[in-house]
Design a protein around this ligand. Structure first.
Ligand code: KPL
Length: 304
């Protein structure tokens, strides 16, 4: 390590390097030393053949990779890219290694992500980022970039340092003045696209159909009511923005990938969380509740 030194960070460690984490790791390795921490088959394949990236970006990267994190060097950026439900356990497993100069960046979908990480971290700083890029992991050691979208950080001094680092390797980055509103905007989009694409097992653009307009609008309306009760006012035009965005996404959402692989999903951090907050505020959320129940029914099933 320590060949490429960036002024703000000396190393990037990606904890939970699946599809998205490997995507960021591969790009960041252009300008800074990167260590990927992930599951054995993926890590072994990377150590043997390099990380092979295809799709919108094509490259093979020699990136350091391991199944276990044993130390955190000075001025490290620790990016946690696990699924939302694995975040707590992932941070707990490394918290004894954190230093006061470690920056912990959490990039999961959903609400309450930063609070989970903060409750685990006693040293260093926690920052929330938002990722909308669509990446798949077709085989260990290989990722396919299906959709490239900007990464969002808060417009804080640390957010600006992240903006410099990510920008230096060609990633499009946006600094948000109102990060809470951005988190909600992304949440509403995920509450529409992820469960519908997962339930029908279709790419994101298929759910932009007119047949699902009423469902999409129902999800959005309930989310906006709950957001407002939480102190975040979003413009109702977001419903059309989401439909337009979905129509331009030919990738398969992360939730649809989870359902296809018979895995757990992030539904409790998305529509499930909106339902929970709605209950707390006395706001009805029947559309989100129904979608959450349907997705839970699909979790863990095997498809032939
Ligand atoms: O965040 C996503 C996800 O799949 O989780 C979107 C933006 C919907 C891209 O697929």
């Amino acid at each position: 390590m320590a060949e490429k030194v960036h002024p703000d960070f000396e190393t990037v460690i990606i904890l939970g390097a699946g599809a998205l984490g490997s995507y960021y790791g591969s790009l960041l390795s252009r300008v800074i030393d990167v260590l990927l921490i992930g599951r054995a088959p993926h890590i072994e394949a990377i150590n043997e053949h390099g990380l092979v990236v295809s799709g919108e970006i094509k490259a093979t990267h020699k990136v350091q990779a391991s199944t276990k994190l044993t130390s955190i060097p000075e001025k490290a950026l620790l990016m946690v890219t696990t699924k939302a439900y694995d975040l707590e356990a992932a941070v707990r497993s490394v918290r004894h290694l954190l230093r006061s100069d470690t920056t912990v960046l959490v990039l999961q979908n959903g609400l309450g992500i930063e609070a989970i990480a903060r409750s685990m971290v006693t040293q260093g700083e926690v920052v929330r980022g938002l990722a909308s890029t669509g990446v798949e992991l077709p085989a260990p050691g290989r990722i396919e970039v299906k959709l490239v979208r900007k990464t969002v950080f808060p417009a804080t001094p640390t957010g600006k340092r992240l903006w410099r680092l990510f920008g230096a390797c060609g990633l499009e980055v946006h600094l948000a003045e109102d990060m809470e509103a951005e988190v909600w905007r992304k949440l509403v989009m995920n509450c529409v696209i992820n469960p519908l694409s997962a339930l029908f097992r279709v790419p994101n653009n298929a759910i932009a159909t007119d047949h699902l307009r009423a469902v999409r609008e129902g999800v959005v309306e309930e989310c906006l009511n709950v957001a407002e009760a939480e102190g975040v006012v979003l413009d109702p035009s977001i419903a059309d923005e989401i439909t337009k965005a979905a129509a331009s996404y030919s990738n398969v959402s992360s939730m649809c990938q989870d359902i296809l692989k018979g895995r757990r999903t992030e539904i409790d951090f998305l529509n499930g969380r909106v339902v929970e907050l709605g209950r707390r505020h006395g706001i009805a959320t029947p559309v989100n509740d129904t979608l959450a129940h349907l997705v839970r029914f699909m979790e863990g099933r095997k498809w032939t």
